[in-house]
Design a protein around this ligand. Structure first.
Ligand SMILES: Cc1cc2nc3c(=O)[nH]c(=O)nc-3n(C[C@H](O)[C@H](O)[C@H](O)COP(=O)(O)OP(=O)(O)OC[C@H]3O[C@@H](n4cnc5c(N)ncnc54)[C@H](O)[C@@H]3O)c2cc1C
Ligand SMILES: *[C@@H]1O[C@H](CO)[C@@H](O)[C@H](O)[C@H]1NC(C)=O
Ligand SMILES: *[C@@H]1O[C@H](CO)[C@@H](O)[C@H](O)[C@H]1NC(C)=O
Ligand SMILES: *[C@@H]1O[C@H](CO)[C@@H](O)[C@H](O)[C@H]1NC(C)=O
Ligand SMILES: *[C@@H]1O[C@H](CO)[C@@H](O)[C@H](O)[C@H]1NC(C)=O
Length: 554
């Protein structure tokens, strides 16, 4: 039983069952809370558990506080019957115990940035679910000596960077630049950022973890075993348990880094040549240099056109180029002149600052704000409804095809759309595809993220169809077999677990999205899931399915 090997060909054969939660049991949040209180009062913790039910005046503000996408906070969005905000690990254990006892599902939320809202929404037609929001478990303890830190899952990246900088100006951590993103979700799904070409993903730099499993036990690397420890580093821990904290390996950073954030019009030939070169070089350049490009439309700020008057204001696609270099502005300019001369980067467009300050810079705090803004969990970015999709690119896209792709941004339904590209290479190429569940390594030049934003709910359909059409039309130019997708940019369009009336779904379905995110690592994730959570307690629309035991008794 234990040593079976799973191959992709088995997929058609088996059907797996979800535990059907019987509606008749109609667990109320009151049952859950009573269980919880009695469970916690048996522990030695003096921390008061905090709950919010729809009757509480704070319920909505707590629920909405970390929702970054208003698409998932409309009146029709399914809402939890209780939100728990633990301040002690025993509250996490009690949540597992009492949710199980009362047949309620759990949604786990750290920073709330899930691109499909899966940390606080459940589309399964099952009464009552619990959101466990880890915001209060956000402590960070940095050990400069061993270049490591324990960070609780509810901390944001901003809190993590701030606490590291408090202790050392020469240590950092490879993760994203948006400071309100949660450590729980981002590390659990990979975690790509400006340091990834040099040090890999966040998930490549995890030394240990504290996890509460489906039995409510507290496990560490040693007690959970290497298989489960492997799975939660990029495979989405929400399928396996609740991560309470990560022990991370800190990365050396220089005392100052050089950064820039500039705009160039795609109407200029030089910018087109820049794109041509970026596609071929961005993954090959010095690992100390990482450049992102984002394309979106804006009104031309061309002076000649302004003089001619309003009517001649023109919408043009602009390329936003951002970069970080681990060195001086002088060295950066030299390197940029050699690698990307078409950008024509100017000295006055660059700044030198501490590594931690670069996160203020990239989050648009550029007026001498104090580092304290990194501790502010409220995003300054708007949370308008949005949808994104990701792709991996293995061979440069032909210039004319790339241009046609960008022309899509002129379409009416794409007024607030963007296409962003993120370079791979460097350390990303050196790590094997199976080292952790994240498989997109050597052979990938860059990742594309297509996204669209809208305002009114009734506009949703046309914007969704814009991004889906674009994604569809890009099929021939991106990775194939499978067409790979980044798990942290979760996309329910590629398929999901479906709890139908009989409570069953086919593994063939899960196979489709599972291999897009994880390639062959998907089958190992199924093995781990089957071992640690055979009854599928930790379930969501794109969680890893377990195989029923009977499936192997042939
Ligand atoms: C504005 C923005 C910028 C982004 N930038 C980047 C970037 O630069 N690089 C990058 O790699 N990604 C980026 N992402 C994607 C981001 O990493 C993922 O959305 C990530 O999952 C968010 O983590 P979270 O804790 O904020 O989200 P949440 O919504 O809280 O969680 C996301 C998922 O993880 C699960 N989860 C959360 N906490 C736990 C836990 N403690 N234990 C078990 N499961 C848990 C949730 O249930 C959910 O399924 C960005 C997203 C946004 C919206
Ligand atoms: C709490 O402890 C009491 C007495 O030891 C025990 O009877 C009860 O079952 C415990 N409750 C829970 C939820 O563990
Ligand atoms: C919420 O209020 C309603 C109406 O007052 C009441 O019937 C219900 O029991 C309350 N629910 C909880 C969980 O307190
Ligand atoms: C946090 O940021 C938000 C958004 O910019 C702002 O409105 C709020 O005042 C800030 N809070 C604190 C305590 O600075
Ligand atoms: C539910 O899904 C399973 C597996 O795909 C299928 O065999 C079954 O017929 C479906 N039941 C209903 C009621 O749709």
């Amino acid at each position: 039983m234990k040593n079976f090997t799973v191959s992709s060909s088995f997929s058609k054969i088996f059907i797996f069952l979800f535990p059907l939660i019987v509606a008749a049991s109609a667990a109320t949040s009151q049952d859950f809370i009573e269980c919880f209180v009695s469970h916690v009062s048996n522990s030695t913790s003096t921390h008061e558990p905090i709950f919010y039910t729809p009757n509480d005046s704070l319920y909505s503000s707590v629920l909405d506080s970390s929702i970054r996408n208003r698409r998932f906070s409309s009146p029709s969005t399914p809402k939890p019957s209780v939100i728990v905000t633990p301040s002690h690990v025993c509250h996490v254990q009690a949540t597992v115990y009492c949710s199980k006892k009362h047949g309620m599902q759990i949604r786990i939320r750290s920073g709330g940035h899930d691109t499909e809202g899966l940390s606080y929404v459940s589309y399964f037609k099952i009464p009552g679910f619990v959101v466990i929001d880890l915001r209060n478990l956000n402590s960070v303890s940095v050990d400069v000596e061993s270049k490591s830190a324990w960070v609780q899952a509810g901390a944001t990246l901003g809190e993590l960077y701030y606490r590291i900088a408090e202790k050392s100006g020469n240590l950092g951590f490879p993760a994203g630049d948006c400071h309100t993103v949660g450590v729980g979700g981002q590390i659990g799904g990979g975690g790509y950022g400006y340091l990834s070409r040099k040090y890999g993903l966040s998930a490549d730099n995890i030394l240990d973890a504290e996890l509460v499993d489906a039995e409510g036990r507290i496990l560490y690397r040693k007690s959970m075993g290497e298989d489960l420890f492997w799975a939660i580093r990029g495979g989405g821990p929400a399928s396996f348990g609740i991560v309470v904290a990560w022990k991370i390996r800190l990365a050396p950073v220089p005392s100052t880094v050089a950064v820039f954030d500039v705009w160039r019009s795609m109407e200029h030939d030089a910018t087109k040549k820049l794109v041509h070169r970026w596609q071929r070089r961005a993954d090959k350049v010095d690992e100390d240099l990482t450049t992102y490009m984002t394309f979106q439309t804006s009104e031309s700020s061309n002076i000649d056109q302004k003089i001619e008057g309003k009517n001649s204001m023109k919408i043009v696609v602009q390329a936003n180029v951002r970069g970080t270099f681990h060195g001086s502005v002088d060295k950066l300019l030299e390197l940029m002149q050699k690698e990307f001369p078409e950008l024509g980067l100017q000295r006055q467009e660059c700044s030198e600052m501490r590594w931690v300050e670069s996160f203020l810079f990239f989050n648009q705090y550029r007026n001498g704000e104090s580092l304290d803004v990194l501790l502010n969990r409220t995003s300054i970015f708007d949370s308008s409804p949005r949808k994104g999709k990701s792709d991996f690119v293995k061979e440069p896209i032909a210039d004319d095809v790339f241009e046609i792709m960008l022309e899509r941004l002129y379409e009416e339904d794409a007024r607030r759309a963007a296409i962003a590209v993120f370079p791979y290479g460097g350390k990303m190429n050196e790590i094997s595809e199976s080292a952790i569940p994240f498989p997109h390594r050597a052979g990938n030049r860059y990742m594309i993220y297509y996204s669209v934003i809208w305002e009114e709910e009734e506009e949703e359909e046309k914007h969704l169809s814009w991004v889906r059409r674009l994604y569809n039309d890009m099929t021939p130019y991106v990775s194939e077999n499978p067409r790979a997708t980044y798990f942290n940019f979760k996309d329910l369009d590629i398929g999901m677990n479906n709890l139908n009336e009989s409570g069953t779904t086919s593994i063939t379905q899960a196979n489709i999205w599972g291999t897009k995110y994880f390639k062959n690592n998907f089958y190992r994730l199924i093995q781990v899931k089957t071992r640690v959570d055979p009854t599928n307690f930790f379930i969501n629309e794109q969680s890893i399915p377990p195989l029923l035991n009977y499936a192997f008794r042939r």
